[in-house]
Design a protein around this ligand. Structure first.
Ligand code: HAM
Length: 435
């Protein structure tokens, strides 16, 4: 740091919209990611981790140049060598890039991946909207089959419900493919052109660049116009109609409830056919219903591979969950990560000799897979016993100077206060025998 630069508070403040994840909050993220991964693995998905930095071009092409993400929200940088890179705003483009780069089309199809990690969007920070946020994602690459769309939707629902999140609302739409989307777009533009005076300035712009996005407008002024707008499902070609019908049939069979939402178009350009979002509906004491920010969303992206330069199409479908939103949702069950074990033993060390010997005891117990808790910096027996009682740990082991010299410890039952002296070498076996 330059010498004359004053260190002030701002130096040790994190960047706006980006947070440290500390203490129990860390376990909330980790616990959820573990449980979601368990579901994914059960369904045959494999993990994938793509880099956080990719070529900016990947997202400009993938997500689409005329999207909020590409125009306003990407963190981009130029390297010393002149390459333009971007912090990944989402995961799908990176997964498809990886599939193409590694020639995965030659493997048995489809390939199914899951991922968990941070993503970056320069949005206005507010509750549930961050600049660094975490997604858990699922992608199925290499199949057109409608069963894959239904499976992804069903899996998101399962993962959320397992996590205690009920009252889910699944919004669903089909936005067609290259054969039919043109007709719909034309009709939509014609309709909106008749109402140019009644819509907001943003929508007038959207009509020029990316007309489908008018359906995503939240401006009060545009709502009556939106309500009367043509609906994409009325313009689906026979292939898309059949595909969508099959998705709905699968969902009906699996008793997954959904709402057809003709205004659902999503904010990324790579989608074709099925699109969906999951949110929570909560009811206040006064009976007023409100819908949460989307907990997750996704859809089919059959043309993304070609957009990225592949000669062949790679039909695909996927979705991701916003983990920051999931773990703060009402009802979320706080999963404890598997690596966190409830301690069976509080380990008390009473003298410098004992502290010296303590690592031998800790290692003996670690090999015996007996979870312990200990306070390295506390010295008095009273303080350490009080801590053991507070944590409701069933046994304490006490290592004082005498025990350290004899290679033993005292094992104390915290309930009955009965004590035994045990050789350190036999400690694992002894503790395993205690109920
Ligand atoms: P997305 O709808 O942009 O889709 O993001 C998915 C989820 O990430 C959202 O539903 C939300 O829960 C969460 N999320 C998005 N932005 C933020 C933010 N700024 N702060 C907190 N949470 C946020 C995608 O990203 C697609 N890649 C999903 C997909 C996968 N489609 C196909 N495969």
């Amino acid at each position: 740091m330059p010498k004359n630069k004053k260190v002030n508070e701002a130096t040790y403040q994190s960047v706006k919209g980006m947070h440290d994840i500390i203490g129990d909050d860390f376990y909330l993220y980790q616990g959820f990611a573990e449980r979601a991964a368990e579901v994914a693995i059960y369904y045959g998905f494999k993990p994938i981790e793509t880099p956080m930095l990719e070529k900016e071009e990947l997202f400009l092409r993938g997500v689409g140049e005329v999207t909020d993400i590409a125009q306003k929200e990407m963190y981009t940088l130029k390297t010393r060598g002149g390459d333009r890179l971007a912090l990944r705003p989402e995961g799908t483009a990176g997964v498809m890039r990886s599939y193409l780069e590694h020639g995965m089309h030659s493997l048995p199809q489809p390939l199914m991946f899951y991922y968990f990690g941070p993503f970056f969007r320069h949005e206005n920070p507010q509750a549930g909207r961050y600049r660094q946020f975490y997604q858990f994602g699922l992608e199925v690459l290499g199949t057109k089959k409608s069963v894959a769309d239904a499976m992804i939707i069903m899996m998101l629902k399962t993962i959320l419900e397992d996590a205690g999140i009920n009252n889910l609302q699944i919004d669903l739409n089909s936005i067609g493919d290259a054969d039919c989307r043109g007709n719909f777009r034309r009709e939509l533009v014609n309709y909106y052109k008749k109402h140019l005076r009644d819509i907001c300035a943003d929508c007038r712009e959207r009509l020029k660049d990316n007309p489908l996005r008018v359906l995503d407008c939240k401006n009060e002024k545009c709502q009556p116009i939106k309500a009367g707008a043509p609906e994409s499902i009325s313009y689906l070609c026979s292939g898309c109609k059949e595909h969508f019908k099959e998705v709905l049939e699968y969902l009906d069979t699996m008793k997954v409830e959904y709402r057809l939402n003709p205004a659902l178009v999503r904010g990324l350009d790579y989608y074709t056919r099925t699109v969906f979002e999951l949110s929570m509906v909560t009811e206040s004491e006064l009976g007023e219903k409100s819908q949460s920010l989307a907990l997750g969303g996704g859809g089919r992206y059959d043309y993304l591979a070609k957009t990225l330069g592949s000669k062949k199409d790679v039909p695909a479908v996927g979705a991701s969950l916003g983990v920051d939103r999931v773990i703060t949702a009402p009802g979320y069950e706080k999963f404890t990560p598997r690596i966190i074990k409830k301690p069976k033993v509080y380990f008390i060390q009473l003298s410098p000799e004992a502290k010296m010997k303590s690592f031998e005891v800790i290692e003996t117990l670690r090999y015996a897979k007996i979870p312990i808790v200990h306070a390295m910096a506390k010295d008095s027996l009273g303080a350490q016993l009080a801590q053991a009682e507070k944590l409701k740990v069933p046994f304490a082991i006490i290592l004082g100077q005498k025990e350290a010299l004899e290679g033993t410890v005292i094992v104390r039952n915290m309930d009955s206060h009965s004590q035994d002296t045990v050789k350190i070498a036999k400690l694992g076996e002894y503790l395993k025998g205690l109920k």
